[in-house]
Design a protein around this ligand. Structure first.
Ligand code: ZN
Length: 105
């Protein structure tokens, strides 16, 4: 499956894009973090991107993470869920969360 004779330019690799639920930007899937609403363990970060359940994507901007952590309604709406404080705290503490670059002064 190298596309021989298919007429497809081999250079432009298609990267799947998803929309960040906060800023609505379309971003490469690789730069997004998936949050999933699972049937058994509630709302959580899905590092594999493969868990079953309704998913929402967050981009790698620290401000977007801040917003969902402060405004559960964004996630509630995106996932059609009732996100608990504990779930939000777990998302806030996730190692994948992008942190703002601290300017040293
Ligand atoms: Zn965003």
């Amino acid at each position: 499956m190298t596309g021989k004779g298919s007429g497809q330019p081999p250079r432009q690799r298609h990267v799947p894009q998803r929309t960040c639920i906060v800023c609505r930007r379309q971003v490469d899937k690789r730069r997004l973090t998936r949050v999933v609403r699972t049937a058994d363990s509630g709302v959580l970060i899905d590092p594999t991107g493969k868990r079953n359940g309704r998913g929402a994507y967050l981009c790698d901007q620290p401000a977007c993470w801040e917003r969902v952590i402060r405004h559960a309604a964004i996630l509630n709406q995106a996932l059609n869920a009732q996100v608990t404080e504990a779930e939000l705290a777990a998302i806030a503490a996730d190692p994948r969360r992008p942190m703002p670059v601290q300017a040293e002064s």
